[in-house]
Design a protein around this ligand. Structure first.
Ligand SMILES: *Cc1c(COP(=O)(O)O)cnc(C)c1O
Ligand code: SF4
Length: 334
């Protein structure tokens, strides 16, 4: 085998990752919204703006209420709820080992990486102390040692951050080690990268996925049908060709997707791409995100309307995550 030379070009997705927009002024300029700049917060509350250029290209120019823009643009309202929790979902208490979160029977979640290509303003992990906590640190030893002591775990979930932010070689290092665990029946990957940076789904990644010895479920994260342009459709087709089953989780977000027409269009578009809607999450109430919250009565009414409009298999489960609960909690009408 020929050793990789230092001069070997980096995969294109890594260059696109680095070229992401991180400056609000530049983002607004690109969208013909420069007049909004004085109304933005001065500080970023430790969670800077970040969005790949390809995702920005799907935003409507001149539209300050664009549902894709609202997901990434820091707002003054983020400073309005200083009393809200930093860890609303009990992740700290469920930390089983460095980079391992164990809440539910049979499934363990690995914080594979702390990095994301996009910074979603509503993210419940925006305060998570990633630097100390990624499972990929070292050669995944802490996570592997924990798994060895827990033979009842039959599904590993790679999450983050975004696990596909790791180089494919780093992912391959994990799967080589995991082949020694006969208990594993499924591998799951929670990622927003095929949506926000579809170039990440390159030939190298697809080769890795199709060579895995376990059935793989990949849970995407798209909140609005306009996120799913032709480049995302092509990435989904490559993933399906690699034998991966595709699901989607969305977060119910005020001003972004809190109307039945948008959610129904999202379900229909997902199915066109070979993706089934899985969860529609009520917002996790962490600091800096409450301006996105949709109240439960409205959420239930939206969900009831979706059940009227869509075939049952395109209706996502409306859930919230409750610290200490044995599974995601379905919302049920009072
Ligand atoms: C959401 C979550 C899971 C996955 O739950 P499913 O209902 O199986 O999708 C697993 N572990 C943790 C810690 C979670 O937060
Ligand atoms: S991609 Fe996922 S983990 Fe990363 S900021 Fe967005 S919601 Fe949070």
């Amino acid at each position: 085998m020929i050793a990789a030379s230092a001069a070997e070009p980096q995969p294109r997705w890594q260059a696109l990752w680095r070229e992401a927009i991180t400056d609000a002024g530049e983002l607004l300029q690109l969208l013909d919204l420069a007049h909004l700049a004085p109304h933005l917060p001065q500080a970023d509350a430790g969670f800077p703006l970040r969005v790949p250029r390809g995702f920005v290209a799907r935003m409507r120019r001149g539209d300050a209420r664009d549902p894709l823009l609202l997901q990434v643009l820091p707002q003054l309202a983020e400073c309005a709820d200083p009393a809200a929790a930093r860890d609303a979902v009990g992740d700290a208490a469920a930390r089983a080992a460095p980079g391992v979160i164990h809440k539910y029977r049979g499934r363990a979640l690995l914080i594979a990486s702390g990095a994301c290509a996009v910074h979603c303003r509503y993210c419940f992990r925006r305060h998570f102390p990633y630097a100390d906590e990624t499972a990929a640190a070292g050669r995944w030893q802490a996570a592997l040692a924990w798994l060895r002591a827990h033979p009842e775990i039959d599904e590993l979930i790679l999450s983050g951050g975004d696990p596909l932010s790791l180089a494919t070689a780093k992912l391959a290092e994990l799967d080589e080690a995991l082949r020694d665990f006969p208990q594993l029946r499924r591998l799951r990957i929670h990622t927003r990268l095929p949506v926000v940076l579809p170039e990440r789904v390159d030939a190298e990644l697809c080769r890795w996925l199709s060579g895995l010895p376990w059935p793989v479920a990949l849970v995407l994260h798209a909140n609005h049908p306009r996120e799913l342009d032709d480049s995302v459709a092509a990435a989904c087709a490559r993933l399906r060709h690699a034998g991966v089953r595709l699901l989607n989780q969305a977060v119910l977000l005020k001003g972004v997707n809190d109307d039945a027409g948008t959610l129904a269009a999202l379900g229909a578009r997902l199915f066109d791409l070979g993706v089934l809607p899985y969860y529609l999450h009520q917002l996790d109430r962490v600091r800096g995100t409450l301006h996105f919250e949709v109240d439960d009565d409205t959420a239930l009414a939206l969900h009831a309307e979706l059940r009227r409009r869509l075939p049952g298999y395109l209706v996502p489960r409306l859930v919230r995550e409750e610290a200490g609960a044995p599974a995601k909690t379905p919302l049920v009408p009072a």
